[in-house]
Each structure stands twice: as C-alpha cells, then as structure tokens.
Design a protein around this ligand. Sequence first.
Ligand code: GN1
Ligand code: MG
Length: 354
Amino acid sequence: MEQAAYRFCFDGVPIRCEPLGMGHINRTYQIVTDRERRYVLQRISRTAFHDIPGLMENIAAVTAALAQRSPDPRSVLRLIPASDGGTFWTDGEGEAWRAFAYVEDSICLQTPRDAGDFAQSAAAFGRFQRLLRDFPAGTLHETIPDFHNTPARFRRFRQALAADVCGRAASVRPEIEFLLSREEECCRLQALRDSGELPLRVTHNDTKLNNVLLDAKTRQALCVIDLDTVMPGLVAYDFGDAIRFGASTAAEDETDLSRVSLSLPMFRAFADAFIPACGGLTDREIETLPLGAKTITAEQGLRFLTDYLEGDVYYSVSRPEHNLLRARTQLRLVADMEKKWDGMQAAAAPYLNA
Ligand code: GN1
Ligand code: MG
C-alpha cells in the first residue's frame, strides 16, 4: 500500500495513510499529503472483479458524464490519474490500485439517524439514475456478470450446496429451506427483465446507505460512491438494495435477530424521495419496487450463505460465522417483509400513473 501511495498524481507527498470505510470487497485507505490534501486510495478486489481495465473504463466514463451534468464538483467522484497517466496502477503482485479525490466535509453513514438521512440517500440514488438516463448503457462493461441475476445466484448456491467444501451445509438446513421455498417468487424480476416488460436502465446495483456521502453540516445528499457495479439493470434492484440495508431496524450482521425488522416508515420515506427523483418510471417499474426489496434481500441472504458454504472467500469477515449471521439477518428481513407486504405496496401505489 505504501508503494501505491506514491504512484498517483497527488498534490503533495503522502505523509499519512489510514484505513477508511466499511466496504466488504475492496481495501480502502485515506491518504493525507504534506500539502494537506486528502485522497482515497483503493486496492480493487481481484476475487470480485475479473476485468479491472473494463471496470475502470466504466468509472471514468460514468464520472465524466455525471460531472458534465452536475455543477457541484463535490457531487461527483473525481478519479486521480496514476503517474503513468492510467486510471489505475498495478503493483508487483498484480494488485490493482486507484485513487479518488476525498470529498471534503462529507459523512458516510452506516445507519440513518432519521428518515431525513435515508430520504437524502434516496434522492441521491434517484438523481444518479436520472442523470444517466441517456448514457449509452451498451458501452458499459459487465463488471460482474449476472450480478443481480437471481436465478443464476440460485444455481451457484445449489453448486455450493452440492460441493459443501467446508461441511457446513448440514448445520444450515432451515436457512436453505427458507430460501429454496421462495425461489420461484424471487426469480420473477429476472423473467420480467428477460421478456422486456421492465426496461433496462443504468443502475448502481449496490445502493447501500454507506455508498452515499452526505454534507457533514447540512446532511444533504452530496455524492454517490462505490461505482464498481454500475451496469445496465432494473430500477427495482437499486430500490431493493437500499431498502434491505437502510430500512432494516438492525445492522446487516446483528446477532440478536429479534431486533431485525423492516421499518415501514423508512420504506415510505425512501419511496417518497426515490420515485420522484428517478422521474419517468413506468407503472410496471413502480409496481415491482416492493418485489425488488424482497428479491434483493433474499438474494443477499443467498449470497452470504453461498459464501459461508464456500468457506468465506468473497466477503471480508471478522469472525468465523460472520457470513452466516449476515445471511440470517437477511432472511429475517424477508420474513418481516412478507408480514408487511400490503404496507409496502401501499407506499408505492400513489405514484402509479394509471
Ligand atoms: C458488497 O463493497 P460493499 O461493501 O459496498 C457487495 C454488495 C453487497 C454488500 C453487502 C461488488 O458491497 O453487492 O450488497 O457487500 N459488493 C460486491 O453488504 O459484491
Ligand atoms: Mg461500498
């Protein structure tokens, strides 16, 4: 990491470096230079991303398009070129590094303080999508193929189950049954995508609350970050992933499952800010937003459980059962969504045009 810190066109010489953020995939550091400039330095996960030039091309193109369409420089991530002029630098071990300007006076939340914070993240993700409406989606590389293809996620899950390389499957039977019994419903969105009933848009695909920066003073939405998974997708994915994380009453790895539930007020606050900010959604898209929340939550449970079965190779974990704990919170949330299904649908209904 020390080496990487000297390979970018920073203003000044790096004098401090410390870990930053709570991402599960890349390693992130904050760099401070002798000219008191701050930067974000990231090592991009090779486990998650197999086409790093393609990924960086996406980020360069998307940030350039956003910068053209938004006047405030703090509202868009700014890539810092490597000393050789490239968008990333590869070290002697083949690890790829990139750098961004640090967005000054910003905060990144793990939990919303109130519905206002959550609505701000909704406005930011909605705006992100609206600004990229005319972006040529076909030019984007698919950085993780089948990222939110739920049927494909179920196929991989079954493979992990059959291989059971860590001998963990027998101890998670209830979780396995829970997911398999919801497979049909959770594959519906993909069918609507395949049939063209739902339009493809440029989506972020990882819309956790901690992937938005808010202004530290005003708590207004500033900037959408973590652009690794910007790809063509369904609006329901972005809605769903945001709800799964930010409208849960507990953390993603809460150990006391009785604390995990869906907050309907938070769900409504998100829908009320997100739908208008996207603008121009079709009725079919609006109708399927609750299904997006359920599908992405179940899919996330499936992904955590798959990683648990495969021996924790994808998500960073800080204890042995971490992925299992995370999977359990997701399933608990799905079960609670089933109880609150009518309320979820009622929140989207006022936005239908017809
Ligand atoms: C990962 O990198 P981070 O922590 O923002 C993951 C998301 C998951 C999330 C679960 C590329 O996001 O898809 O929803 O963890 N990103 C990738 O917290 O797999
Ligand atoms: Mg992130």
